[in-house]
Design a protein around this ligand. Structure first.
Ligand code: 5GP
Length: 114
């Protein structure tokens, strides 16, 4: 999958159902949802994997988590619970190499994950 697919969504070169945006963070519905709510929260700056996060980028990671909580609340899942997942590397299931939080809710989410 394209390295900069999500940059294309940020630049509106690829359509997506965007549900949250500020200067640093964007969130949109996953094209292949794995739960009734499945949203991807991404930084607007390109960060390839969790391994590449620098101290200067700590703040945007916090903003991504706060955006996830805000979206979960807006979509009605704040109290029943939701899951936030970030895959790092191919064996963990990362297919798009621009970091993203998966926000999943609306069904029982098994543990351990597959
Ligand atoms: P990963 O496998 O890297 O953790 O997650 C990538 C996610 O991006 C997958 O859940 C996949 O369905 C989603 N995805 C891939 N291409 C697109 C796209 O063009 N639009 C949207 N909205 N989601 C995408």
């Amino acid at each position: 999958m394209s390295e900069d697919l999500f940059l294309k969504i940020i630049k509106r070169e690829i359509p997506a159902e965007i549900i949250f945006e500020n200067d640093r963070v964007l969130a949109f519905r996953d094209i292949n949802p794995q739960a009734p709510l499945h949203v991807l929260v991404i930084p607007k700056q390109h960060i390839r994997t969790i391994n590449d996060i620098t101290p200067e980028q700590d703040a945007v990671l916090g903003e991504m988590f706060r955006a996830a909580a805000q979206i979960a609340t807006a979509e009605g899942y704040r109290d029943e619970g939701y899951r936030v997942v970030m895959n790092c590397g191919e064996r963990a299931g990362q297919s798009v190499f621009h970091i993203h939080l998966h926000l999943l809710a609306g069904r029982d989410l098994g543990w351990p994950p597959g």
